[in-house]
Ligand binder design. Sequence first.
Ligand code: NAD
Length: 257
Amino acid sequence: MKTIIITGSTSGIGLGIAEGFASAGYNVVLNGLGKRDGIEATRARLAGLGEGEVIFHGANMLKPDEIADLVNSTKDKFGSVDVIVPNAGIQHVEKIEDFPPEKWDAIIAINLSSAFHLIRAAMPIMKSQDFGRIIAIASAHGLVASPFKSAYVAAKHGVLGLIKTVALEGAEFGITANAICPGYVETPLVTGQIADTAKARGMSEEDVINNVILKAQPTKQFVQVAQIASLAQYLASDHAAQITGAALPMDGGWTAQ
Ligand code: NAD
């Protein structure tokens, strides 16, 4: 039975990926912030979806030693770490001249450095298994920029550089490393930034949805969490063994423009 760790899986995209892999019979290690009761309810619900065990580890993505413990305790419990999904992320939308330096530091730490710490801890385990799948949830903002998102865009471009490097280091060990680059997905992260974007651009929230968010996506539709989860499952499969070092957009055509 294979084991997957998904950071930031108490909500949104990470939770959707966790549901997909739990249903497919993996042991799933959930991680993220949230109230204890809510997390336990999520854990119990996911445990009922498939044959694998579902556990929670509360590592804070700001703390490298806790991230290492997330990986090492998973290996101790389940005997392998087959798939890791660096997914945890936060956002802050503000003009660069007003961008709080502590927000820059937190976004780089959670959206980029935590992926480094996770991969760094998992790589020796994956090498010893001759198998590993690293599936980072980057963003269309790993490929193109938007104004007022300096830290996020820098972090996501950094994730793509990290993934390409790790792909080369893992290539002869059965380890692939790829990044999924979603466009706008309707999750709490996006809902939360609608008001901030409205303020930064001097627009109404409705205008932001129609003329900023969906304007970026030619399909005029949000990406669905289940669609990302399905791509992640494909990348984890043997059929995807020759896809490595890739940045795969799922953005309704946004970055084709
Ligand atoms: P979300 O806010 O719903 O979920 C974020 C998750 O990260 C939560 O589980 C949260 O608890 C966790 N998290 C935040 N800070 C943490 C910390 N310090 N330690 C541990 N966990 C922490 O957001 P989402 O939309 O599901 O985003 C998930 C990923 O997808 C992010 O990396 C985001 O940048 C990326 N993404 C989202 C969209 C989108 O439109 N929603 C688009 C492209 C990429």
